[in-house]
Each structure stands twice: as structure tokens, then as C-alpha cells.
Design a protein around this ligand. Structure first.
Ligand code: PEP
Length: 255
């Protein structure tokens, strides 16, 4: 039985004060957070303050990116050591905004995945097709390529621990979510690819989220799909109330 996982990707939103007030407003529902793993990924500038505020609530902290070196002359970058130092457990890697706006390729993302594991950070590896690729019928091929390129030479036991987020690019921030049955089909294929590459046990253990316009109104339907283990949430994670409704919906939908 895989534990559901809901992660909040705040992207480039929230000052320190705004991050703190979100954390204060989020109900201290520790029994819920034991059943559904909850991760908040604030911008780097708010990580420490949000981490302090969330202490004792049973909620984990994640970074939104890292540079694959421990330290050095990399102006403007943040290292896995720095994320670890601030108490992060997870790190989002390969998000479509970084792939498409900043030109990140699978090879570079693969270096980041390795750097994350080297510092005990669990990657939330994002992948997904563009609308054009979907219309060409290339969804599965694109997702498999991104998966294999980003996870090249990663050990089976590491793959079992990490999280994959299937996020169709056309569904991110658009208000148009994938049909749960379509997301389930792609995620089931990804699980098969993982089983073939790293073994049945790993394929059965790895958690795969859906991401793209998830809201309190649609989370239950995604969670009722056999292969969907949670969600990566952007816009609807910015308000404590809607994010909390999503976490509650995830528990109900997966029952
Ligand atoms: C995301 O940024 O990963 C995301 C899924 O955003 P949204 O929920 O706003 O579509």
C-alpha cells in the first residue's frame, strides 16, 4: 500500500510573512498528515521561516530546485547541502517551467537527481508532454524518454524512495486538468517502464503523483485511480484553506 503524498509548489510566490501566515492558518491536523504525507515547497527565501512555523505539525519541507554541486562559484544557485541544512526532505526537479522557460534538459536533471540523493533529499521528479506532443500521440514516448533520461544510473532502492510527478504541460496553471482516466493510463505506463527497468517491486513501490490544475473539487477523482498516489499542486496550494481541502480530499479519494 503506497502512502498518498500531496506537495505544494508555491513557485515564485509568497514573502516570508505570507509564508508564515499560510503555515499558521494550515490546521494542525497531525492524524491527517500521518495518513497523507504533506510537503510544502516555498521559494528559497521563505524556506527557513516556513520550516520554523511548520515544526511539530508533521508536514515536510521541500526545495523547488537545486544546483548539482555542494558549493562553489555558481552565482545565484542553491546547493543540496543548503537545502538539507534548512531541513528539507524533498526537492522538486525537472519542473516543466524549468524545462521550458529555462531550457533544462534530462541530462542536467539527471545530475540534479544524483546530487539530491547524495544529500539525502528525495526528488519529486516532474515530467509530462506539451499539447503539441499530445496531439501528435507522443505522450507516452515523451514521458518515457524524460523518465529514462532523468533517472539514468539511479539505483533501484533510490527509485523506490522518490516521487514522480506526471504533469501534462498543457494542464499546468491553465485551469484545464487532464481527464483522470487519461492521467491514470499514462501513469500506469510509467509504472510499467519502471518495473521493466528496475524490477516489479520498485514499480509497485514508487509513488507517482498527478499535477496540473488540481483543486479541492477534482482531487477525489484523481485519488480514486489505482496508480495515482497523490498530487503536485501549484495555484490551489497558495491558500491554506484550499490546500487543506485537497489534503482531506486525497485521504477520502484514496480510501
Ligand atoms: C505545478 O506547478 O506543478 C502545477 C501543477 O501547477 P497548477 O496546480 O497551478 O496547475
Amino acid at each position: 500500500m503506497r502512502k498518498p503524498i500531496i506537495a505544494a509548489n508555491w513557485k515564485m510566490n509568497k514573502t516570508v510573512q505570507e509564508g508564515k501566515s499560510f503555515s499558521t492558518l494550515l490546521p494542525a491536523d497531525t492524524s491527517l498528515y500521518q495518513e497523507v504525507e504533506v510537503v510544502i515547497c516555498p521559494p528559497f527565501t521563505a524556506l527557513q521561516a516556513v520550516g520554523e512555523e511548520l515544526k511539530g505539525k508533521g508536514i515536510k519541507l521541500g526545495g523547488q530546485n537545486l544546483y548539482p554541486m555542494e558549493k562553489g562559484a555558481f552565482t545565484g544557485e542553491v546547493s543540496p547541502l543548503m537545502l538539507q541544512d534548512l531541513g528539507c526532505t524533498y526537492v522538486i526537479l525537472g519542473h516543466s517551467e524549468r524545462r521550458h522557460l529555462l531550457g533544462e534538459k534530462d541530462e542536467f536533471i539527471n545530475q540534479k537527481v544524483k546530487a539530491a540523493f547524495a544529500f539525502d533529499l528525495l526528488p519529486i521528479l516532474c515530467l509530462g508532454e506539451t499539447l503539441e506532443q499530445r496531439q501528435k500521440g507522443a505522450t507516452e514516448e515523451v514521458c518515457h524518454q524524460q523518465l529514462q533520461g532523468s533517472l539514468k544510473d539511479i539505483e533501484a532502492q533510490d527509485v523506490a524512495q522518490m516521487v514522480i510527478a506526471y504533469e501534462p504541460v498543457w494542464a499546468i496553471g491553465t485551469g484545464v486538468h487532464a481527464r483522470p482516466a487519461d492521467a491514470e493510463k499514462t501513469i500506469a505506463c510509467l509504472r510499467q517502464v519502471i518495473s521493466k527497468e528496475w524490477g516489479e517491486e520498485i514499480g509497485a513501490a514508487v509513488r507517482i503523483q498527478y499535477g496540473g490544475s488540481v483543486k479541492p473539487e477534482n482531487i477525489r477523482e484523481f485519488m480514486s485511480c489505482a496508480n495515482i498516489d497523490g498530487a503536485l499542486v501549484g495555484g490551489a496550494s497558495l491558500k491554506a484553506d484550499s490546500f487543506y481541502q485537497i489534503v482531506r480530499g486525497a485521504r477520502e479519494g484514496s480510501e
